[in-house]
Design a protein around this ligand. Sequence first.
Ligand SMILES: NC(=O)c1ccc[n+]([C@@H]2O[C@H](COP(=O)([O-])OP(=O)(O)OC[C@H]3O[C@@H](n4cnc5c(N)ncnc54)[C@H](OP(=O)(O)O)[C@@H]3O)[C@@H](O)[C@H]2O)c1
Length: 331
Amino acid sequence: MTQTASNIAHAIRLHEFGGPEVMRLDAIELPLPASGEVQLRQTAIGFNYIDVYQRSGKYPLPAPTGLGHEAAGVVEAVGAGVEDLQVGDRVVYMNAGVGAYADRRNVAASKLVKIPAGISDENAAAVFFKAMTAQYLVKKTHPVQAGDVVLVHAAAGGVGQILSGWAKALGATVIGTAGSAAKCEVALAAGCDAAIDYSQPDWVAQVIAAMDGRKARVVYDSVARHTFMGSLDCAAPFGMVVLFGAASGPAPAIEPELLNKKGCLFLTRPSVFPHNADTATFRANAADVFEAMASGAVRATIGARFSLAQAADAHRAAEGRSITGAIVMRP
Ligand SMILES: NC(=O)c1ccc[n+]([C@@H]2O[C@H](COP(=O)([O-])OP(=O)(O)OC[C@H]3O[C@@H](n4cnc5c(N)ncnc54)[C@H](OP(=O)(O)O)[C@@H]3O)[C@@H](O)[C@H]2O)c1
């Protein structure tokens, strides 16, 4: 196929940090792909909650900057030295640096994986970053075993649904939490054995009751401020509390001694990027995700679609907690 590199892209740029309104759709110059890069015509862009932290300045970036970590697209031009990709290949990425909110982009070939036949670009962009997160959480941070009791907070969200379904497929008993009765229904449909509305003041007691008096071998907590102290109470002795996000704000600071008092707990604060830092590990993890999609352990549930020009509305919807499942943007 012929190379069709473009020298103009349209991309969301941040010239300052703050509310959703700081996102501007700019026309920017796009050079030819450098050595080791390909140029993508992007077809679907995945929203992830980290985009909110970075847009608002909670996770600082140097301005001006692009935004977004995940997209699917078609290779339109190939730079020197790229041997494993060609024009026309459908690919997806999740750790190529910020800038996924764009219609075209140059990306290092080492950060791309081909999308298997049978998975649409939209489903790949909806799931890849979130499933790569769930992958290290259930396979590496705590390798989930059949019979484990697992607690997943925000279980109706993008990562939450995938994490719940995957832990269930590995044989765990999965308790989910979510912010409303309707969202608890979504958590149940995603694979949770029981779902508790954590807007209720006694949610911790309800979670422990739902675990038949047992406590959780692992608690996956991406909500933080609202849930963290309760998470320590829901973990079994020698269990692990995995703090991997802060959707409600940062977790309170604790003294290490508290982990002893709560049952010799393990506490970790991991991230998806170091788990996929080298190309071989990234590709192996991606293969695991695609296998889980093929087996049905991981399902793509799209909660809302926006155009790239409506990125601010996508962020408002996410921050307003009105969506269940993944948000996808179309360039
Ligand atoms: N460390 C990592 O490697 C990593 C990687 C990916 C994602 N994450 C984290 O995983 C979490 C989920 O990410 P996602 O992209 O799939 O987003 P998401 O689940 O679609 O959205 C965030 C969820 O947090 C819950 N939430 C609780 N309090 C909230 C508040 N005050 N404001 C907004 N939401 C609140 C919402 O559920 P309810 O309305 O039901 O409470 C919502 O489902 C995020 O915290 C993200 O930072 C971490």
